[in-house]
Design a protein around this ligand. Sequence first.
Ligand SMILES: C[S@@+](CC[C@H](N)C(=O)[O-])C[C@H]1O[C@@H](n2cnc3c(N)ncnc32)[C@H](O)[C@@H]1O
Length: 205
Amino acid sequence: MLDSKGFDLWANDYDKSVGISDEEKTYPFAGYKDILNAIFCRILSSSAKKVLDIGFGTGTLSSKLYENGCMIFGQDFSENMIEAAQKKMPDAKLFCGDFSKGLLKPLTEQKYDAIVATYSLHHLTDEQKEIFIKSLVPLLNDGGSIYIGDVAFSSRTELEKCRNIAGEEWDEDEIYFVFDEIKKAFPKMRFEQFSACAGLLSLEK
Ligand SMILES: C[S@@+](CC[C@H](N)C(=O)[O-])C[C@H]1O[C@@H](n2cnc3c(N)ncnc32)[C@H](O)[C@@H]1O
């Protein structure tokens, strides 16, 4: 599992390496742009203004929302990722902190119209994911939504199919969402598959 220093080293090449995997339609980033684009369109069409981005990386998604008038708040634990994102979004409130220990106080004191987490929460165990997502719901304004775009599958059978195709490329350190397992904790959660390995989980308050 990459720690904050590992992500620091990846920060410079991150956008390029994600783009290559997405364009080649290979695990793990096949469908990446489509998912980010779907989240972007849904947030803008809902007229959301305040957006929290968890594990924002270089700010690929949130900087587009920022350019379209959203106020961006975020938490990431890589200083280099934060530096890259802050350059794109000078007025965004970006904080350094490990989300496996929860969100930092300045972020839990706010309410948001949308909360996004793309390709970040697979660093939590399934139990941690459930606790963490439950802690996000009270931070949403009424009618707000949580959008989680990630390597994600409708069932464990689908995950195993992808693991077989990915072979040695499969990252054993990452713990991917399996919708029919997590929906037991979130009956209102919805799931859309965007590629053989990418899925969007959404939860409206
Ligand atoms: C694969 S990148 C995804 C970045 C961006 N959301 C995107 O869609 O391109 C994962 C990001 O999550 C951050 N991250 C991973 N685990 C974290 C943790 N426990 N606490 C805070 N940030 C974390 C990393 O630093 C990195 O910026």
